[in-house]
Design a protein around this ligand. Structure first.
Ligand code: AMP
Length: 281
């Protein structure tokens, strides 16, 4: 695996391999890699000639400075995992390489209502940061395929919107969420859950499946209220949201007709760790 620290070197490599770059797939990450990330590498290898991953803990997308400070860093293990997975290129930039003109006066992106809903509402500025880093990364890497996880459902919608707004020739592949055996969605933040609280974390996926199974029996409102209590009773500190929504708008539904596609999304805190998950029905 080739490791590039500078965008100029990566761009030079890309322009000296134009044929391969027609089938270049990109997996942006913030490191502390797990099987979920590696599943994106595998998905990319099935479609693309060249697989490029990036590791960059993007300061502009953290609305909570403590979350940024505590973000896990396991770079040596990450490099080993990517090498073993057969990743071709790792882009490992500095903050200066991504933001050469500093972190201020960066462009503002129009992502419509996605900015005010769910993650947008509870993490003000988060998606602006995601757009800033993705705009820059997609410009540097210039892939034809992009692989992202459905775990970050709304993030995939935001990036798709960015691709469309900028008219980029990039196909976004949204890949399924990988889970631990007990259902907990894999996440870099899971290592911050204290051992004695880890069992409680399974309540998120149990709640998602409980809502999904009961859609025919109770109203979305009743389900959301009961589910919130369930999470709190299982030891969750607080619940940012539980919502049952239309997948292409993320607007909450007030009634559900059998067969109607919905996505159930949850964000909640356990032991000061903010966990998100979702289930598409
Ligand atoms: P992150 O390093 O958390 O920014 O994630 C990098 C990419 O991996 C994003 O596209 C995530 O949606 C994806 N990802 C994170 N967790 C999982 C998971 N459990 N299963 C599949 N993809 C994931």
């Amino acid at each position: 695996m080739i490791i590039y620290h500078h965008s100029t070197d990566l761009k030079a490599f890309a322009s000296s391999n134009p044929q391969d770059w027609l089938y270049a797939g990109f997996i942006p990450t913030m490191g502390a890699l797990h099987e979920g990330h590696l599943s994106l590498i595998k998905a990319c290898q099935k479609t693309c000639k060249i697989t490029i991953a990036s590791i960059f803990v993007n300061p502009t997308q953290f609305n909570d400075p403590k979350d940024f400070e505590k973000y896990p860093n396991t770079i040596e293990k990450d490099i080993e995992l990517l090498t073993l997975a057969g990743c071709d290129i790792l882009y490992l930039p500095s903050v200066e390489d991504i933001y050469p003109n500093g972190l201020h006066h960066l462009p503002k992106y129009d992502i419509g209502n996605l900015e005010n809903l769910l993650e947008g509402k509870y993490r003000p500025g988060h998606f602006q940061g995601v757009c800033k880093v993705m705009d820059r990364l997609l410009n540097i890497v210039a892939p034809s395929h992009l692989f992202m996880g459905e775990k970050d459902f709304q993030q995939c919608m935001v990036v798709q919107k960015l691709i469309e707004t900028k008219n980029l020739p990039i196909q976004l592949h949204t890949c399924p969420t990988l889970r631990e055996k007990d259902g907990l969605a894999m996440s870099s933040r899971n290592v911050r859950i204290p051992e004695n609280q880890r069992m409680k974390a399974t309540a998120i996926y149990k709640t998602l499946t409980w809502i999904s199974k009961n859609l025919e029996k109770k109203s979305p409102h009743e389900l959301m209220d009961t589910a919130t209590l369930q999470l709190l009773n299982h030891g969750f500190q607080s619940v940012d949201y539980i919502t049952i929504a239309t997948p292409n708008t993320l607007q909450p539904i007030s009634t559900w007709a059998p067969g109607e596609p919905v996505v159930i999304l949850i964000a909640a805190f356990l032991a000061d760790v903010r966990l998100i998950d979702n289930l598409v029905k």
